[in-house]
Design a protein around this ligand. Structure first.
Ligand SMILES: C[S@@+](CC[C@H](N)C(=O)[O-])C[C@H]1O[C@@H](n2cnc3c(N)ncnc32)[C@H](O)[C@@H]1O
Length: 280
């Protein structure tokens, strides 16, 4: 018979290859038992039923084989909120919070305006912007209907009625007049594919990752579309791969010859965001 405490210990040992075995095992245990961290901490001596143990053991086996924990438990944290995720969407990354911080710092206090998030996936960027910027009309686009279904549920939960979700290819279907455009588009280059961790390569959607031979296919296509749709004085923010700063800044300068273009690092010091400040 296993108690909550012994089950957690078994999980920590089984997930020893993970950088965070204690957290991962706790999340899986909470998911199998349908309870939160506080309950687990307070009821360490409680026995698991045979069914609960079987569910937990099955989750541990899948995690040990490389399946990402957020897909197993169905949610992931982003900017202080929990977002539903499924294998139809990229798992929100902490690096992307940096892009949101730049957007919020710029947009706060500017009053009513229009924003669009391109390649919205789980909706993490668009929903966070809508939640923190009550005066901003937020749209979000993705080419994947399955991703939009997840984004819709996240928007309903965290920013009800605030995010206008659209299916489309980049900005092709949207009329000009945006003050803020954000985009975390696929940017993995062909040759980098095999170097991705197994959890990313085998479980996250290729549609969310594959940026073509040099990783820049989608960004290259978006830039001229954005140039035709960003208002004077507006801001475009692109998340990029850590080796793409100079290339994307060059493409951005071609598409926006009069704009100020900046490459910004993430918390690890790697190039992560290209910001394009369009002239007034
Ligand atoms: C890297 S994921 C980013 C998801 C989310 N914005 C985030 O930051 O976690 C890229 C997203 O772009 C979408 N996408 C790929 N090609 C697209 C296209 N041509 N037009 C619109 N969205 C596209 C994918 O379906 C995926 O959801």
């Amino acid at each position: 018979m296993h108690t909550i405490q012994t089950a957690w210990r078994v999980g920590r040992a089984q997930l020893h290859d993970s950088p965070s075995p204690a957290l991962d095992a706790r999340l899986l245990l909470g998911h199998a038992l349908g309870c939160d961290h506080a309950y687990l901490a307070a009821h360490g001596d409680e026995a698991l039923t045979a069914g609960q143990w079987a569910d937990y053991a099955a989750l541990l086996a899948r995690a040990a084989a490389g399946e990402p924990i957020p897909y197993l438990v169905g949610h992931a944290p982003f900017f202080g909120l929990e977002f539903e995720v499924s294998p139809a969407v990229l798992i929100p990354r902490p690096e992307t919070e940096g892009l949101v911080e730049v957007a919020l710092a710029w947009a706060r206090g500017r009053g009513a305006m229009r924003a669009v998030d391109v390649g919205t996936g789980s909706g993490c960027i668009a929903v966070t912007l809508a939640r923190h910027l009550p005066e901003v009309a937020v749209a979000a686009v993705d080419v994947s209907a399955a991703a939009l279904a997840v984004a819709r549920r996240n928007a309903e939960r965290h920013a009800p009625g605030r995010v206008h979700l659209l299916r489309g290819d980049l900005l092709a279907a949207l009329i000009p007049g945006f003050d803020l455009i954000t985009a975390n588009l696929p940017y993995v280059a062909g040759p980098e594919w095999t170097a991705l961790p197994v959890g990313v390569q085998s479980y996250e959607p290729a549609l969310a990752l594959d940026g073509g031979p040099d990783g820049l296919d989608l960004i290259r296509a978006l830039l001229p579309q954005a140039a035709g749709r960003l208002r004077p004085g507006g801001l475009l923010l692109l998340e990029i791969g850590w080796r793409q700063g100079a290339a994307v800044a060059g493409l951005a300068r071609q598409a926006f010859p009069a704009a100020r273009v900046e490459v910004r690092p993430d918390f690890a010091g790697h190039d992560r965001v290209v910001a394009v400040w369009e002239e007034e």
